[in-house]
Design a protein around this ligand. Structure first.
Ligand code: ADP
Ligand code: MG
Length: 238
């Protein structure tokens, strides 16, 4: 059994079938990309995994447990969004400490873990800064630190770099990959950018209209597209 399994997951909003029998597994420690055009259901699948949406049909397994009906607060899943991920009225340090405080972690442990997380995302010196005074890239680093400091079972990243300029995006892509390996995290990274999927992923799940069109390593998906859609979508990579 894989660490995460989507089994025949269907999600409908009224008559609109947004996820149409999704079946795949994710191995522990992998960074898997959900790649596909806007509106194909990527964020909805993440929201079903994190518990922010209920599936209409099907089952989601995490670490051997059926979590389909487990409330979001009990799933232990970290999430970083495209933007507005931080609490604006808290400093970087307070933002990162927030989840640990909620878990009633002792203050000395909080201090140590927050300092480690800040070092890991290379924000040393910005502990007392407020989000509004940080660049977009720094804000996403802080959001990443806040998500990993509680040691979640899975880290979900929903287009976290799409509002960041191209040069900085490259550096953050590498850092996210390195952190994933250092912490042996299992991560799902959503993007509509095939270039980003190519450099980041262990496995790409290519989405099209609520279905998985193709799955494989970046090289497999790039060299052997299974359909016209896959060829044209991946083929625009350069
Ligand atoms: P993606 O992240 O791939 O761009 P989404 O998962 O956000 O796609 O959306 C997929 C489809 O589901 C879209 O047609 C969107 O309008 C619809 N959708 C998403 N969330 C809701 C919702 N809460 N209510 C109704 N429709 C929704
Ligand atoms: Mg989305």
């Amino acid at each position: 059994m894989a660490y995460i399994e989507f089994r025949d997951v269907v999600k409908r909003f009224g008559d609109n079938t947004v996820l149409d029998h999704i079946n795949f597994g994710i191995e522990k420690g992998d960074l898997v990309t959900l790649l596909g055009p806007s509106g194909c259901g990527k964020s909805t699948l993440l929201r079903c995994l994190s518990g922010l949406e209920q599936v209409t049909e099907g089952t989601i397994i995490l670490d051997g447990e059926d979590i389909t009906n487990v409330p979001a607060s009990k799933r232990n899943i970290g999430m970083v969004f495209q933007q507005y991920s931080l609490f604006p009225n808290m400093t970087v340090e307070q933002n990162i400490a927030f989840g640990l405080k909620m878990q009633k972690t002792p203050q000395d442990v909080i201090d140590k873990k927050v300092a480690e997380a800040i070092a890991m995302v290379e924000l040393t010196g910005k502990e007392r800064a407020y989000p509004a005074s940080l660049s977009g890239g720094q804000q996403q680093r802080a959001a990443l630190a806040r998500s990993i400091v509680t040691e979640p079972k899975v880290l979900l990243l929903d287009e976290p770099l799409s509002a960041i300029d191209a040069k900085l995006r490259k550096a953050l892509q590498s850092r996210i990959r390195e952190i994933n390996q250092e912490l042996n995290l299992t991560s799902i990274f959503v993007t509509h950018d095939q270039d980003e999927a190519m450099v980041m992923s262990d496995v790409i799940q290519l989405f099209h209209d609520g279905r998985i069109e193709q799955a494989g390593s970046p090289v497999e998906v790039y060299t052997s597209p299974v359909s016209e859609f896959a060829a044209s979508f991946i083929g625009s990579y350069n």
